[in-house]
Design a protein around this ligand. Structure first.
Ligand code: PLP
Length: 357
């Protein structure tokens, strides 16, 4: 930040709003975007000209690095509106720090904190009407950074664009989710980019996930790339196993995304005297627990779905079904988290962030 004046936020309001054409009762996740977006460019060694402006297409050179080398990172967060019309974010500092952690790994320059929060809040205030009241309604926020410099030399770009776009969301029931434990493909390797929200991590999962779908599974639980013996995460969600009354989840490392929802669930569990073992979880122990009837629940955690219960899993040609639990941990954590997010419950841990009007 060499020159403060180049970081002055500019605001250009959309002349009309699309909001009246949106059917808020029938939203498909991530399909509709609000009237505005935030943009900021990196050029000549500095971030400059942050702007909140009407949402619309970008113009980029076909040779822009992002198209060729996937130099791109993103984040996912949500805004919630309480019954008094106040807008809240959930642990946004965590997302901001993770964005820069991802950027660093992809040789993308880090983004300044103040510009992030000033721009984000201005954007949310302009599109405040898009955040609907009521439990389950939210605004999904997608910050991302792409390498825009023209030229196909395989080296880090000198120019980037930071953007934030927003999409209204409804808490969705995605149908029953069954997962398969990965036996052949891998998502991430030691020393790789698995811990980063790097665009390429997701593109690389589509093909194996399509194969899993043909077998009747909606998602893959990725295992460690070397042995496929340990369960890691679900590719857009971290994963928890309830064996008896204990919760098991893998420790984060350079292959696993350090999810904000995961962290929050661990904290809530400990607060509620639910034992959480953060350690390597083997495929064998989960299959054995399922066979003995000790495996009570599997659920994924992530901003988009909050908590996503898993109904069954497959491994090595065998399929297992889980019974519904009356004292479901998944349901307990989902309600607890949402009550904090919607400003219904006390915020013991200081997780809520009020968006200033
Ligand atoms: C985003 C993401 C998660 C979930 O992270 P949250 O911060 O809880 O939204 C988990 N795994 C992967 C691979 C992700 O990209």
């Amino acid at each position: 930040m060499k020159n403060g004046s180049t970081l002055q936020l500019e605001i250009e309001k959309a002349s009309t709003s699309k909001i009246d054409s949106v059917d808020f009762d029938n939203l498909v996740f991530g399909n509709i975007f609000t009237d505005h977006m935030m943009v900021c460019d990196y050029k000549n060694g500095e971030w400059r000209n942050p702007k909140v402006m009407p949402y619309g297409p970008l113009q980029l050179e076909p040779s822009a690095r992002v198209f060729h080398y996937g130099q791109a990172v993103f984040e996912g967060m949500k805004a919630f509106k309480d019954d008094n019309g106040e807008v809240w974010l959930f642990r946004p500092q965590e997302n901001f720090e993770r964005l820069n952690k991802s950027s660093k790994r992809l040789a993308i320059p880090e983004f300044p904190t103040e510009v992030f929060f000033e721009g984000l809040e201005a954007l949310l205030n302009l599109d405040r009407e898009w955040i609907k009241q009521g439990f389950g309604n939210s605004l999904y926020i997608r910050p991302f950074v792409i390498a825009t410099e023209a030229g196909v030399s395989a080296s880090p770009a000198k120019e980037y664009k930071f953007l934030i776009i927003c999409s209204p969301a409804k808490s969705y029931y995605s149908g029953e989710v069954r997962v398969v434990f990965a036996e052949k493909f891998s998502r991430a390797a030691n020393g790789g980019v698995g811990f980063a929200k790097a665009a390429g991590n997701y593109g690389a999962q589509f093909y194996p996930t399509n194969l899993a779908k043909e077998e009747g599974f909606q998602q893959i639980i990725w295992t460690d790339a070397n042995t496929h013996e340990y369960l890691e995460e679900a590719g857009t969600m971290n994963i928890f196993f309830r064996v008896g009354d204990k919760l098991l989840t893998a420790p984060t490392n350079d292959r696993i995304l350090d999810g904000v929802t995961r962290k929050s669930v661990i904290t809530l569990a400990e607060e509620n005297d639910i034992t959480v073992e953060v350690r390597r979880v083997s495929v064998k122990e989960i299959v054995d627990a399922a066979k003995k009837g000790d495996l009570k629940e599997i659920f994924g955690t992530g901003t988009a779905a909050t908590i996503n219960p898993v109904k069954g899993f497959g491994h090595d040609g065998e399929k297992f079904e889980l019974e519904d639990q009356e004292d479901s941990y998944a349901q307990y954590f989902k309600t607890k988290l949402m009550e904090i997010q919607y400003n219904i419950a006390e915020d013991k841990f200081g997780w809520r962030y009020k968006v200033k009007k």
